[in-house]
Design a protein around this ligand. Structure first.
Ligand code: G1P
Length: 290
């Protein structure tokens, strides 16, 4: 079995849900406290043992590249001011993980974005992480749980969560082969953004995948689906005719950073978890409750 060594993070979308902010700044750069959301995603990748990361951007999103690169003049400034802690903060990430970039200039859908990663992935299984979904794993990072499930099954894995029935139209929805209380279940189908009346379950794909390279065969011939977009979910469904696909219930808390509520919740929770901020944020929240 081939090891999962690579991760792909699509970050070329427009981010219309966060206008006007996203007119000039990519949504992936929205900070949770003081750190861009995409850095949390890259840290999850690193903590899961992945060696190489590809971020898919477009030419309006060069600042994501800047964030993961070296900034010599900023580093020189910090050195001249003896700000070693701050220097370490901006130097650490580029040292720890190799981040590469590729461009998706046309926004044709998630399936199309993933296809842009084919050259990077080659013939290996890979992790796919969507930037709108931020996880705080209970014991292990979400991607590490996904890799462990892949190692148990040698098959593609979709990370899932249960959502209220009225929300199924926002997700890819899974249909397990049989009802079971196991965390890991084989799937018979998936459908992108169904109406609640037609949904096979309330088991939603939550922005984490391990995919075998077979997916590219299907993405290449994928026609447009829900919302007129080339949907990854549709290619996963077609891939099921050739290979098994499993769903893993991710053990951890998920924040939907693409929604304002999820973004605010993450900001509060992450502040509460920080030693340097928890006292202040508790005071602020307490005042609001009075
Ligand atoms: C995408 C996927 C969908 C998945 C969701 C998770 O949809 O197409 O299957 O459930 O991410 O966040 P999007 O939110 O980009 O419309």
């Amino acid at each position: 079995m081939k090891k999962v060594r690579k991760a792909v993070i699509p970050a070329a979308g427009f981010g219309t849900r966060f206008l006007p902010f996203t007119k000039a700044v990519p949504k992936e750069m929205l900070p949770i406290v003081d750190t861009p959301t995409i850095e949390y995603i890259v840290r999850e990748v690193m903590e899961s043992g992945i060696e190489e990361v590809l971020i898919i951007i477009n030419s309006d999103k060069e600042c994501i590249k800047t964030h993961f690169g070296h900034n010599q003049s900023f580093e020189n400034f910090l050195i001249s001011k003896n700000k070693t802690k701050e220097l370490e903060m901006i130097q650490a990430l580029p040292k720890q993980v190799k981040v590469e970039f590729t461009y998706q200039e046309e926004q044709l859908g998630l399936g199309h974005a993933v296809l842009c990663a084919e050259e990077f992935v080659q013939n290996e299984p890979f992790a796919l992480l969507l930037g709108d979904d931020l996880y705080v794993g209970k014991k292990e990072p979400a991607t590490k749980q996904m890799i462990q499930a892949y190692e148990r099954t040698n098959s593609s894995i979709l990370g899932t969560l249960e959502v209220p029935l009225e929300d199924v139209c926002k997700y890819g929805i899974c249909s397990p082969i049989k009802e079971t209380s196991n965390d890991l279940v084989e799937l018979k189908s998936v459908v992108e953004k169904p109406n609640p009346q037609n949904a096979p379950s309330n088991l939603a794909i939550g922005g984490r995948y391990i995919l075998t390279p077979t997916i590219f065969e299907f993405l290449k011939t994928q026609t447009r689906g829900a919302g007129g977009e080339i949907q990854l979910t549709d290619s996963i469904l077609r891939m099921m005719s050739k290979e098994k696909v499993y769903a893993l219930a991710i053990d951890g808390k998920r924040y939907d950073i693409g929604s304002k509520k999820g973004f605010l919740e993450a900001t509060i929770d992450f502040s509460l978890a920080r030693e340097d901020l928890s006292k202040d944020i508790k005071e602020i929240l307490k005042k609001q409750m009075l």
